[in-house]
Design a protein. Structure first.
Length: 338
């Protein structure tokens, strides 16, 4: 590092700042230091640095299931945000199994990471005490646990679902079915999104018909297709469908295609999550963009701040990501953009 500083004509501290990604450095200075690093073939001795700092440079990311596109794309966003801070992400898949989610919190792997970004699906409000005494920085994602001893980043489920339903109502649709409800659920994405759907109906004077709320187990394409078939067989006069996530909506589209039902002429369809596939389905799927990149970036920033604060990072924060309705051909038809 001394040699790099001498070659670039800067202080050792400046070289350290460049190597560690410190943002407030002039571009010309950063380029000069990087040129010296490249010329000299300098590499950071990560092991020595970690021994000095007591950190590993590794952070955990615990997600329910990577086969679900939303979580896979979220993981990609977290990895990119972490790399920009010089952090490496170790991904753990819990399968939404309670015992595995608890193991993530207290297992031996935690001693090898500096912090954890944690998205539980099996735990709920009554398990908030399980987050006590973890002993390492953590950022909580999702809607299962609120008010825990950790920073929390989540999405605007109720407001975004209301906006998705309002989009359908603005198009003159009044018999709007839901695909993906969970019977008896009071917390979690399904309950919150149904709540937003019901609120939009009430605000527009449209009666809530419980027969239009189709339940589905795992949020996968087959569940969406099967639930859509049951709703159609019930002959409820459906003119629109709100899939509580995109893969459910894509499954519903599949059934509508098989039944030769015109989308959106007869039935309009909107999903939630804005996974990459929605821009390439036939027709392209209207959806809600829930701020996935913002969630990932904020979670990494909060975790990095907690790690850097060494246990004295101030009050825990709760951050709600921005969202946007993305109208495509499944609701607007030929009037939609490409």
């Amino acid at each position: 590092m001394h040699e790099v500083a001498a070659r670039a004509g800067v202080s050792i501290k400046t070289v350290s700042n460049v190597v560690n990604g410190y943002p407030y450095i002039r571009d010309t200075t950063r380029e000069r230091v990087q040129h010296a690093i490249d010329e000299l073939g300098y590499h950071v001795n990560v092991t020595a640095r970690n021994l000095r700092s007591g950190r590993t440079g590794l952070v955990g990311l615990a997600l329910p299931e990577l086969s679900l596109p939303y979580f896979a794309e979220l993981a990609d966003s977290v990895i990119r945000a972490a790399e920009a801070r010089g952090l490496t992400v170790l991904i753990e898949q819990t399968g939404a199994v309670r015992e595995r989610e608890l193991e993530v919190l207290r297992g031996q792997r935690r001693q090898f990471t500096d912090g954890l970004i944690y998205s539980p699906l099996a735990l709920g409000p009554d398990d908030v005490h399980e987050l006590d005494g973890i002993g390492h920085p953590m950022v909580l994602l999702g809607e299962r646990i609120f008010g825990g001893p950790a920073d929390h980043v989540t999405m605007s489920n109720v407001e975004a679902a209301r906006a998705a339903t309002q989009h359908l109502l603005d198009l003159g649709r009044r018999r709007i079915a839901v695909v993906g409800a969970h019977a008896g659920e009071t917390v979690g994405s399904a309950a919150l999104r149904v709540q937003g759907y019901a609120a939009a109906l009430a605000e527009n004077g449209v009666p809530f018909d419980p027969r239009l709320v189709g339940e589905a187990g795992p949020w996968r394409r087959p569940a969406g297709a099967e639930t859509m078939a049951r709703l159609l067989d019930a002959d409820l006069g459906i003119d629109a469908v709100f899939g509580l996530n995109d893969v459910l909506a894509l499954g519903a589209l599949h059934t509508l295609h098989l039944r030769r039902i015109d989308v959106p002429g007869q039935i309009a369809v909107i999903g939630f999550d804005d996974i990459e596939e929605t821009a390439y389905s036939s027709p392209t799927l209207s959806t809600v963009r829930p701020g996935r990149d913002q969630i990932a970036q904020t979670a990494v920033d909060l975790l990095a701040a907690r790690i850097g604060a060494a246990g004295d990072g101030g009050p825990f924060q709760q951050v709600v990501a921005d969202f946007a309705v993305v109208p495509r051909r499944s609701t607007l038809g030929e009037h939609a953009g490409a």
